[in-house]
Every structure is written in C-alpha cells, then in structure tokens.
Write a protein that binds this ligand. Sequence first.
Ligand code: CO
Length: 184
Amino acid sequence: MQIVKYPHPSLRHKAEPVTEINRNLNLLVGEMLEAMYRNAGFGLAAPQVAVSQRVLVMNFAGGAEHPDQEFVAINPVLVEVSKTIVDGREGCLSFPELFAKVRRPKRVKVQAYNLKGELYEMDCSDLAARIWQHEIDHLNGDLFIDKMGMVGRMNSKKYLTQFVEDFEFAKKSGELPKDMEPRF
Ligand code: CO
C-alpha cells in the first residue's frame, strides 16, 4: 500500500463516512497500520492511501512496540477543543521531510468507533491531541500546510515546489495516471 504525496488530488477530497464494518475495512486498517509503522509515522488517514473513507490509524508512541498506544478511529468526531492554543512541530507522511510549527488547541475530546463497532471517547492533550486534530483534518481535505504560520510557509516553499516536480515526474514515468490533476 502506497502513501500518496502532495499534491495528489486524494489529499483534498472530503472523505465519506463508513457505513459498515466489514472484511474490506479490516483489510484496509491492517494495511494502513503496516504503512504507518513502515514509515515511522504517528498517524495515517485513509485519504493518504487514496481511500475516501473516514478512517484513521494512530500510535501516540509512534511504534508497533507500543500496542497500548495504537488506535483505530472510524468516523471520528472532535467533540470539544480547548481555548488554550499551543505551538508544536508537525510533519506528515504525505510531505516527506517537511516539518513546521502549527498552532492548535492544546486539549481535545474526541469520539470514534473502533473496529468492533464500539463508540469510544478520549480526552487528551499535547502530542496525542495534535495527532487527532492533524488526522481528522485529513478526512476533511485539510492539510497542515494550510495552518502553518508565516515562517513555516516561507520555509516550506522549496519543499512544495519539489513535491510538485516529483508529482509531474511520477505522471511522466507512468507511476501516476497521465491525466491526474494536482490539487494544491
Ligand atoms: Co498528515
């Protein structure tokens, strides 16, 4: 399973709610977890593997050796966000090697379904809260480059230019469909 890179159009689609927990969903989640761990990520959203469904996988400790920190979130919802905003360094598997500060609420309350179809609620802060917000943004087609401050935007320009060149090269080489339109 390949993780798509910016400016792949899937990253800008609003994902559809999951209506049934079935074998295909289980397979999708398994492959997403594998791709997240292989790439040393803390979270991965289905649009990042070009699947337009509201599904996330996360590990707040960032590795398969911490199974208690692994979460699958189906149809997740941000229920509450704190008024306190904090700055934190963020990256994204769809933007390799690009890191920048992003301001986000410090605490969140979220609800989601797990793979058994059970609704769960989580109150968290700092890194875990940041991961939840970053990943839920993906389901709405929102990316961390949209939320960077001025310095982050300036510093990311050369990376974004390079990602666009890589995307065009992938089309020329047949790795991506020739008629695929980038979404910025
Ligand atoms: Co991301």
